[in-house]
Design a protein around this ligand. Structure first.
Ligand code: AMP
Length: 216
């Protein structure tokens, strides 16, 4: 399966992506995760991306596209993938289309996770991520048993630099202006499927599973 997860920041893409990647046995490719790993490791790419990320703005298309092209050439992406946080602009979607056409590997589906804006702000400002294993918690909706510690590995839970309220509001504006046009792009290609992404995580999971099962 070749799948794209679309939806505003805070729609639950990261959480659902872990589940889908496991159930479909495909790699979870998050451009945000790749960029954060580069920032952490102090690479040239990370240095280039950091200013944009801290402000909640998009990293330039050419940087992202090069990074994704390299990732698609890795062996584990040969039989499918799940993109989370990519594409974010129409030029990125067009470049992806070319990359996939060249590989004779068309997309199967674009899942759009739909959530109201006030809910998204609540979710993001309370989000905490384990530094060690990457598991995501929420201070109110899904708190860890011990404050600040991961239930799975006892790693430290931290807030992403771009999950503060003012940066979150900018990220939502950037989504509306630059990423929302992709909904039409994929709708025109008959690939867009809507998922209501409110309510319990497991219910959202079930809705996604139903769509994916129907596609098989
Ligand atoms: P995310 O983890 O997907 O919310 O991404 C965090 C930040 O990384 C975004 O606010 C952007 O600054 C940057 N980023 C991630 N993916 C992309 C992308 N496909 N295009 C441009 N910037 C991106």
């Amino acid at each position: 399966m070749r799948i794209i997860l679309l939806g505003p920041p805070g729609a639950g893409k990261g959480t659902q992506a872990v589940h889908i990647a496991e159930s479909q046995a495909i790699p979870h490719i998050s451009t945000g995760d790749i960029l954060r790993a580069n920032v952490k490791a102090g690479t040239e790419l990370g240095a280039k991306a950091k200013t944009y990320m801290d402000a909640g703005d998009l990293v330039p298309d050419e940087v992202i596209i090069g990074m994704v092209a390299d990732r698609l050439d890795e062996d584990d992406a040969e039989n499918g993938f799940l993109f989370d946080g990519f594409p974010r602009t129409v030029p990125q979607a067009e470049s992806l289309e070319t990359l996939l056409n060249d590989r004779d590997a068309p997309l199967d589906v674009v899942l759009r996770l739909a959530v109201p804006q006030d809910e998204v702000v609540r979710r993001l400002t309370g989000r905490r991520t384990c530094q060690q294993c990457g598991r995501i918690f929420h201070t109110v909706f899904d708190p860890p048993a011990t404050e600040g510690r991961c239930d799975d590995c006892e790693g430290e839970l931290t807030q992403r630099d771009d999950d503060t309220e003012d940066v979150v509001l900018n990220r939502l504006e950037v989504y509306r202006a630059q990423t929302e046009p992709l909904e039409n792009f994929y709708w025109e290609r008959g690939l867009l499927r809507d998922v209501e992404a409110v309510g319990e995580v497991d219910r959202v999971k079930d809705r996604i599973d139903t769509i994916l099962t129907d596609l098989r």
